[in-house]
Design a protein around this ligand. Sequence first.
Ligand SMILES: Cc1ncc(COP(=O)(O)O)c(C=O)c1O
Length: 331
Amino acid sequence: MAGLVDGLDVASLGEMKVALDVGMAPDRISFAGPGKRPPELAAAIAAGITLNLESFNETERVARLSQEQGQPARVAVRVNPDFELKTAGMKMGGGPKPFGVDAEQVPALLRRIGELDLAFQGFHIFSGSQNLRAAAIVEAQDRTFELALRLAADAPGPVRSLNIGGGFGIPYFPGDAPLDLEPIAANLERWLPVVKDRLPQARVVLELGRYLVGEAGVYVAEVVDRKISRGQVFLITNGGLHHHLAASGNFGQVIRKNYPVAVGNRMNRAERETVTVVGPLCTPLDILAERMELPKADVGDLIVVFQSGAYGLSASPTGFLSHPPCAEVLV
Ligand SMILES: Cc1ncc(COP(=O)(O)O)c(C=O)c1O
């Protein structure tokens, strides 16, 4: 992705190393997340990447580490906005949150940053993710720009980076329609000249995750058994929630719904049946598809789960019951 995007946001030292290894310029890498530890902060300062500050404590810690290293850290303020991204799958902003600094406390933090030897870059305002409603994203972006312009009045230096978050969703479930980008593009077209006028040095950043990679990935597991229990057909595979927690319905879903699933080597088979596809783990949570109509499958066939390019293996409890991990292959 490094050649296709203008920057990378990372959430750990491990991700930061990957971002640097793939050749992304340090000034195009930002590091967000509550509870960044001193070794992570020190490595980020040394590498010259931008730290998204998430608290007053963290700000003081970063200033101390900067002093020790003799170079001011590049910092942005992660703001917990005073609004929510409506209809988002997950909300990272609005109300009490562990992420960022409440908007109403940000002016005081900006004054403190001005007293410290830190290189202020701008704001990071990420309100939520997995939204398929363009109107909700447009509304959140309106409020994000308004908030950023308001906060910029107290900034200790020019705003160079204005990260307005993302939240662009992808369709997972029956009835989900792909996000309509037109109204979002039109809204950004309206806002960008305003930002250019009010914050002439600011680069506006969209922070997209699954929208860029989620649809590019498929998860494949092999059927190792097929059986009937009290009239219900079960396909048991060698993969499950330890590889793909999200598809099992245990990664934040309130009501479990089936991801799009197919039998990869039987796409054109006419004979179909309703089956429940499970993994090998001794827990009823280990489900890949529940009562789904699929082409008839047997031992050795391949179950394919689409929309698996984000929140797959790295978001799964791979150590649970010590089953083998799955391979991740770039095709
Ligand atoms: C700060 C931040 N940025 C980006 C993302 C990526 O979200 P998505 O994959 O839904 O685009 C998340 C998701 O939790 C996040 O917390």
